[in-house]
Design a protein around this ligand. Structure first.
Ligand SMILES: [Ca+2]
Ligand SMILES: [Ca+2]
Ligand SMILES: [Ca+2]
Length: 577
């Protein structure tokens, strides 16, 4: 299974990152699902964040556990928690989940024999940080507003967000919860849309709603929030749904910036109880990249997080998650070499029963990343048959960072908030839809992305739904009815950039993109370099370039079902050695 071996661990880029940076930062970036290209600037920014006063006390060997009972039955086991040297840190009685701290190494073993206890498991493989005794509020940032004007951005135009803004930028009554590393609520592009009443910290697994608790411990969450709902105010950039509100439900802990499972449980329950409409989850729960039910600790993690997501789902929350950046086939799991990431990772065999949380749970919208210009799968994006719900742009995404600035990042972390933003637009246009109905609209409105010819069989499924792109590219314009208001121009075609290739080598496949009001397009091309052909149905130009230098003017014609046509021309430069 070479594929999986290559996939595990994000490969060379991430190892390079590990080499360049401290182990802690390696974990930040890995967890945050940003790919590696921009890590140096991230590191500098992260290092610039002020540190906070040291915690009050620390207890060696203090660990965190889930104790799981039937829903609404946690009260019956609280006594046993105490007699086994545990103390209840947080209770989620509606879903039968307690977060317990204990320094007794036999705590889980002993509690598993208690009447009424269904599952017990350690949530971490490391001691609780001392900060748990007295969590700090991350400091407010000194805002230095960026001065760039809003310009068309490739990620936004790719999904028709610019068209959507003209019709419906989203409703103030809709809040998208950003479950992440915290959000800079004072950023000039976020301030007006920030919903403090639905914000908190869930670090260590308990709601901390003190003002500012939701502030950033890393730039990731602020970037995600901007993609969802940065203001359309002429400055900086515009989010997918600039009329909705965003809240920060901080899952990552200060210091490690890890997203532990008890924090995730806290965040989903908080989002549901506060009436958050949509959540974005651009992370996986630490310390296990894949959580395996054959291990009793991980089995309890799986159950607790599953219940919290189901609870949010039952309250009408649409939950959206990033598929991950390991170029891993989630439908053919075999190895995990990066877990547990809070102590000593060790290579282990995993099966498809082991899940990436929360993305692989039922009813979670799982988002893959594509390049906004080509709509091709990003090389880092995870994939898998029946694992991907939708695709969205996750490269070249320009958005807000703490302190008033902006940065271009890439990763499935950046793709997921585009879908969360569109879900918010769907809800804005149709406030009475259930979560299930919102998901159905997202799927039906997505624009199909066929498997690339060049995937060599790795991409499987139909044009309508496949392992790379799920139902296709999310569609912001159609979410608010803006697609139907576009002028019916018959057929149009996007001009590609000029191409470069070498004789006797396979050409880099080029996808010609046509749009038609009838939906049906056939493609023909003239002037192609020798050896290349165009796929008449899909618009792909592929083949092996014949040796011999030349400059070829290629003209592609798209013809729709009403025989209307559109043409575009570009050059293909061929070199030979
Ligand atoms: Ca703006
Ligand atoms: Ca559509
Ligand atoms: Ca589809």
């Amino acid at each position: 299974m070479d594929r999986a071996v290559i996939g595990v661990g994000v490969g060379a880029g991430e190892r390079r990152l590990l080499f360049w940076t401290s182990c802690g930062f390696y974990l930040i970036v890995r967890k945050a699902l940003i790919s590696f290209a921009l890590t140096l600037s991230l590191l500098l920014t992260a290092a610039a964040l002020p540190s906070v006063a040291a915690p009050m006390r620390s207890e060696a060997g203090l660990r965190a556990y889930f104790v799981i009972t039937a829903p609404k039955q946690t009260g019956a086991v609280v006594g046993a928690v105490g007699t086994n040297d545990g103390s209840v840190y947080a209770a989620y009685d509606a879903i039968g989940v307690l977060v317990v701290h204990s320094a007794n190494p036999e705590f889980a073993t002993e509690m598993r024999t208690v009447n009424g206890v269904q599952k017990v498991g350690a949530t971490r493989t490391s001691d609780l940080p001392a900060a748990v005794a007295n969590p700090a509020i991350p400091p407010a940032l000194n805002e230095v507003p960026g001065t760039t004007p809003e310009v068309p951005r490739p990620d936004m135009t790719a999904i028709g967000a610019d068209k959507a803004w003209e019709v419906n930028p989203g409703s103030k009554s809709i809040t998208v919860g950003v479950l992440d590393t915290g959000v800079d609520d004072q950023h000039p592009d976020l301030k007006a849309n920030f919903d403090a009443a639905k914000s908190a910290s869930c670090a260590y697994g308990k709601v901390d709603a003190r003002p500012g608790s939701w502030r950033p411990v890393n730039e990731h969450g602020t970037h995600v929030a901007g993609t969802i709902a940065a203001a359309r105010d002429g400055k900086g950039m515009t989010g997918v749904a600039p009329g909705v509100k965003v809240s920060s439900i901080r899952v990552a802990e200060e210091g490690s910036t890890l997203f532990f499972p008890e924090n995730t449980v806290c965040a989903f329950v908080f989002a549901a109880d506060k009436g958050v409409s949509v959540t974005n989850n651009s992370y996986y729960t630490d310390p296990w990249m894949f959580v395996c039910p054959n291990d009793p600790d991980q089995d309890a993690i799986l159950e607790a997080v599953r219940r919290s997501v189901a609870y949010a789902d039952s309250k009408g929350v649409v939950n959206v998650s990033a598929a991950g950046n390991e170029d891993y086939d989630l439908a053919a799991k075999s190895l995990d070499e990066s877990s547990p990431n809070d102590s000593e990772p060790a290579m282990r065999q995993v099966t498809n029963d082991c899940l990436n949380l929360p993305g692989e749970l039922p009813n979670v919208v799982e988002v893959a990343s594509v390049n906004p210009s080509t709509s091709l799968k990003s090389n880092f994006s995870n994939y898998g048959s029946n694992k991907i719900t939708l695709a969205a742009p996750g490269e070249n995404v320009y958005s807000t960072i703490p302190g008033g600035g902006y940065q271009t990042l890439q990763g499935t972390s950046m793709a997921s908030p585009h879908v969360a933003g569109v879900a918010a637009l769907v809800r804005s246009a149709n406030p009475n839809l259930t979560a299930e109905e919102v998901r159905a609209r997202l799927a039906a409105q997505a624009n199909d992305l066929p498997c690339p010819v060049a995937s060599g069989g790795e991409c499987t499924g139909s044009d309508a739904n496949n392992s790379y792109y799920g139902e296709g590219l999310v569609d912001a314009a159609e979410a608010v009815g803006a697609a139907g208001q576009a002028p019916r121009v018959g057929v149009s075609i996007t001009k590609p950039s000029d191409q470069l290739g070498f004789g006797s080598l396979p050409a880099i496949p080029l996808l010609i993109k046509g749009l038609s009001s009838t939906g049906e397009i056939s493609y023909t091309a003239t002037g192609l370099p020798p050896g290349l052909t165009i796929d008449h149905e899909r618009g792909w130009i592929t083949g092996v370039l014949t040796p011999g230098a030349g400059r070829y003017k290629v003209t592609v014609t798209a013809r729709d079902a009403e025989a209307k046509t559109a043409q575009t021309s570009f050059f293909w430069n061929v070199w030979s050695f």
